[in-house]
Design a protein around this ligand. Structure first.
Ligand code: FES
Ligand SMILES: [Fe+2]
Length: 422
């Protein structure tokens, strides 16, 4: 359990909050590149850490992120015209570049006025199919952290965004919780469950395809320069050999989940205290299509997921689409990995009170997430940088492997230990 006070401390991310200060030290995805598909595409109204922004792609293809409300008299720039190298406010026609330069002020023709002013604009970096932004203190802007998925061939990678109406921490904790995989994702993890037999799932793209039937994995955890890594060890049918799934927690909300031939980098970016944009980046050594991933995640039902707005809208109105008739065949009656994960996180409420829970050893990685976040809050309050800021994250990965008794699990991904702890 976590005290109410500590729960609030790590869940609230708005401006001026301790966790908000931690989050504002990192770069964050603010939308996918596909959401701004071409130069002068319609602008996007985006929310990050409890604040509103507008993102737009100018005539040259460069992306800008500005405060949403126009600096003149506060009309939303998300209603504006994107044209001729900038975004123009509909109200009085003030026009701004991606860097916040005031290009025109039609109702005040004095050029000196425009030259003196600058619209609040934020540093932007577009890479890996995502638009990233830094909204923290200017003097503390860190180097951009690259991930391994950024080096994947574009046809070997799928980038998705899913907007879920609950706290980021519920989704992060689900992702760092190995013991739920063999239960919540029973259909994918243990396809033979109906006959009481274990048949491994042959789908090499499925991150819930477990190599073992063991529902009580033993966890081991170790701090790293980017957060921590942990291994879930499951019994196998071979004496002296365990199945080992190594998953990193990348501050402040990232993880990588191994699938047999692909990996899933997942970033749970808080829009605000009770809304999260989940970015899932799948990549591997073979081509993969968006349709395949959408289907695997269970997002191929237009009633619950809109590919254009990225809204995940399953709710209690129809029990998240749960089909009790189908539960003889489908363990949850829900549709696909992400629908199961998101429905569970939503079922905990918009912001779960962790003072009421009852934890067991299989929840150790979840406990470590909280500890790592609380430590980050302390570091930032003491004037230090939180872990991982400005680090190159290309060496961070995940794996699912067989481990012989006596072998070290940390040797499965030696690179995780090569970056010294700060
Ligand atoms: S409010 Fe935007 S130009 Fe006046
Ligand atoms: Fe899950």
């Amino acid at each position: 359990m976590l005290s109410r006070q500590d729960n609030e401390l790590i869940c609230r991310v708005g401006p001026g909050t301790p966790m908000g200060d931690v989050m504002r030290r990192y770069w964050h995805p603010i939308c996918t590149s596909a959401q701004l598909p071409q130069p002068d595409a319609p602008p996007l109204r985006v929310r990050l850490l409890g604040e509103d922004y507008v993102a737009f792609r100018d005539t040259e293809g460069k992306v800008g992120v500005l405060e949403e409300l126009c600096m003149h008299r506060g009309a939303s720039l998300a209603l504006g015209r994107v044209e001729e190298g900038g975004i123009r406010c509909l109200y009085h026609g003030w026009k701004f570049s991606v860097a916040g330069v005031v290009l025109e002020t039609p109702n005040h023709s004095d050029p000196k006025y425009a030259a003196r002013m600058k619209a609040p604009a934020f540093p932007v970096h577009e890479e890996g199919g995502l638009v990233w932004v830094y909204v923290g203190p200017k003097e503390l802007q860190p180097a951009f952290s690259r991930f391994a998925f950024m080096d994947a061939q574009p046809d070997h990678r799928v980038v998705l965004r899913i907007n879920v109406a609950c706290s980021y921490l519920q989704l992060v904790e689900g992702g760092e919780d190995s013991s739920h995989v063999g239960v919540l994702h029973t259909n994918m993890a243990r396809p033979g469950w109906k006959d009481g037999e274990f048949e491994p799932n042959p789908d090499v793209v499925n991150p819930a395809a477990l190599a073992s039937n063991d529902l009580e994995p033993g966890l081991k955890i170790e701090d790293t320069a980017f957060g921590f890594q942990y291994v879930a060890l499951r019994k196998t049918s071979t004496e002296g050999v365990k199945n080992a799934r190594v998953v990193p927690f990348i501050l402040p909300y990232g993880r990588i989940i191994p699938a047999p031939a692909f990996s899933f980098t997942v970033l749970e970016v808080p829009d605000d205290d009770t809304h999260t944009s989940t970015y899932i980046i799948v990549y591997g050594k073979a081509p993969v299509t968006e349709d395949k991933i959408i289907e695997l995640l269970g997002l191929d039902d237009k009633r619950y997921y809109d590919r254009k707005t990225c809204a995940f809208s399953a709710s209690w109105a129809d029990a998240f689409g749960q089909n009790r008739e189908r539960m003889k065949e489908n363990w949850t009656g829900l549709r696909g990995v992400e629908v199961e994960d998101a429905a569970i996180a939503l079922s905990q409420g918009p912001l779960f009170d962790r003072s009421k829970e009852h934890l067991v050893p299989a929840d150790q990685a979840v406990m470590r997430v909280r500890r790592t976040l609380l430590e980050a809050v302390k570091r930032v309050a003491a004037g230090d940088a939180p872990l991982g800021v400005g680090r190159d994250l290309c060496v961070v990965s995940a794996c699912d492997a067989q481990l012989r008794e006596g072998d070290s699990w940390q040797d499965l991904i030696p690179a995780h230990r090569q970056v010294p702890l700060a």
